[in-house]
Ligand binder design. Structure first.
Ligand SMILES: C=CC1=C(C)c2cc3[nH]c(cc4nc(cc5[nH]c(cc1n2)c(C)c5CCC(=O)O)C(CCC(=O)O)=C4C)c(C)c3C=C
Ligand code: FE2
Length: 493
């Protein structure tokens, strides 16, 4: 489906196509191009004037589309009538949306809604003090998207966040966002590809980018100091603007790639007319263990990654380095965290020509065991003071772990939650475009990611083999308390 088709289908809101069905654009699709690309590669970034407004601003049948989705999600007239207070969203989701025990829409003719319900063991609770997907033991797969808002209406934004919350409550329980099989004349509410796959430990984590706090929504006074734009850092020379930024982000993690993709796709569909995907990234093979129960996985350079990560079981580390506490001047962020995403391409072909001892000196760890060069077993504590017979440090001065470790960074730590990625071949060089989609959570990027990356960008032995190509920062608010709560409710309150 091309961009024009998508725009037309959405803009004219027509129901009667040649075959009597709604136009293709209305039947959904991922963001601006339906791919995992970004605005600079194919899909052009839409503005409010060319967004193909498939909902509120279109003039014929969008109301029926909104009603359709709203009915499914329990967000309809109440939310629209809220007049921008957000209260209507809360009430609508609370009163009309399905309780946690039922799908969000009464099954219509032939619907399979509900049949895909997940075994309890595969469900990660959606509601809680903190958003799931941060301290949750890392799942196998990632689908991540940053969105740009195409609306400038606060009410539209609130409706979007409320709609997403209701949809997330469904999907994280392994349920469709609405009927998969509707009447022949209406598009299915849920796109259907995750039917029967269960929840697969799906978590959906939403964040707000610095740009959300510009003049459009009257939020500039609510911008946390810690959400300061990331400064230009050493090693930022290869960043591609279209692979960074965004007003909103959605991190969907699951043990099944279809389940993770389905979440992003349906969020993009529900955002139609209000927001478009700016860039997105699929990830596989979690590169960071975030629980003591998880075996440490390897990154694409073949090294165990996540050995000295913050673990879900360490409440002291989570409170000390990850969750925003009373020190944050914006009360709406307490219990939240800040997400830094970096798309880091690995120069794999070059790395593969490097000899083993050099690879190990790059990281300061042994490749097979993952032990520090000063130890024998993976979890041995690195001894950064140890010297070899030649009087030189055993862990080289420019080794990755020395430069990144809390011992070198005023005791600061971050929670890493990245995934390997591959986007095929670089068309100009024929080399693999693969690497690490680095995600880190922290209390304050100004004290954590920025100084650590500043040091790494200047001195890290690894720099010969990597290029940072994308960068983004998001404020991730605390968890939703119960049905009816929505991301940003306290922000707009
Ligand atoms: C700014 C933060 C970091 C970036 C960017 C980063 C990129 C990056 N890392 C690896 C591979 C490994 N990293 C390891 C440890 C490690 N890395 C960071 C931070 C960043 N890494 C920290 C804080 C740490 C822990 C340091 C410590 O306390 O010892 C390791 C060793 C195993 C482990 O402890 O996880 C590996 C391997 C790659 C490949 C990469 C960019 C592509
Ligand atoms: Fe690292």
């Amino acid at each position: 489906m091309n961009e024009q088709g998508a725009g037309q289908g959405a803009a004219d809101g027509s129901v009667g196509g040649r075959d009597g069905r709604r136009g293709a654009g209305e039947s959904g699709g991922v963001g601006s191009g339906g791919s995992t690309g970004h605005a600079g590669e194919g899909g052009s970034k839409k503005t409010s004037s060319d967004s193909g407004s498939g909902s509120a601003s279109a003039n014929s049948s969008p109301a029926s589309r909104r009603q359709l989705l709203g009915r499914a999600l329990g967000i309809a007239a109440g939310a629209t009538a809220a007049g921008g207070t957000g209260f209507g969203i809360a009430r609508a989701t609370e009163s009309d949306a399905a309780p946690d025990t039922a799908p969000g829409v009464a099954p219509s003719r032939g619907t399979t809604a509900g049949q895909g319900a997940a075994p309890a063991s595969a469900v990660v609770p959606f509601y809680g003090a903190h958003q799931a997907g941060i301290a949750t033991p890392a799942q196998d797969r990632l689908a991540f998207a940053a969105f740009d808002l195409t609306t400038t209406s606060v009410q539209d934004l609130q409706i979007l966040l409320g709609t997403w919350a209701a949809a997330a409550s469904q999907m994280t329980r392994g349920l469709p966002v609405g009927a998969v099989e509707t009447s022949p004349q209406a598009p299915p509410i849920d796109t259907g590809e995750a039917e029967g796959l269960g929840a697969a430990r799906l978590t959906i984590t939403v964040g707000f980018g610095p740009s959300l706090f510009d003049q459009r929504f009257g939020l500039s006074g609510k911008r946390p100091a810690a959400l300061a734009d990331l400064p230009t850092l050493p090693g930022d020379g290869s960043l591609i603007p279209a692979r960074g930024g965004g007003d909103l982000c959605v991190q969907a993690c699951a043990d099944d790639p279809v389940v993770a993709f389905h979440a992003i796709r349906n969020f993009a569909r529900l955002a139609r007319g209000k927001a478009v995907i700016r860039w997105s990234q699929l990830g596989f093979g979690r590169t960071s263990s975030t629980s003591v129960d998880q075996q440490t996985e390897r990154n694409l350079l073949g090294f165990k990654d996540g050995t000295r990560n913050i673990k879900a079981e360490s409440g002291a580390d989570l409170n000390g380095y990850v969750w925003v506490g009373a020190e944050g001047e914006q009360a709406w962020m307490r219990g939240g965290s800040y997400l830094v995403a970096r798309r880091i391409r690995m120069l794999i072909e070059s790395w593969d020509t490097d000899y083993l001892a050099d690879q190990e000196n790059v990281f300061g760890r042994f490749k097979t065991s993952g032990a520090p060069l000063t130890g024998k077993a993976e979890f041995d504590t690195p001894d950064f003071a140890a010297q070899g017979a030649d009087g030189r440090p055993v862990i080289p001065v420019n080794a990755h772990i020395r430069l990144a470790a809390p011992e070198t960074n005023d005791g600061q730590k971050i929670l890493r939650r990245g995934y390997s990625y591959t986007d095929g071949i670089d068309a100009t060089t024929g080399l693999l475009d693969a690497g690490l989609f680095f995600i880190a959570y922290q209390k304050d990027p100004r004290k954590q990611f920025v100084p650590i990356q500043s040091r790494l960008g200047q001195h890290d032995n690894l720099n010969e083999y990597i290029r940072h190509t994308g960068s983004a920062l998001f404020a991730v608010p605390p968890g939703l308390t119960a049905a009816g709560d929505w991301w940003g409710k306290a922000l707009f309150g």
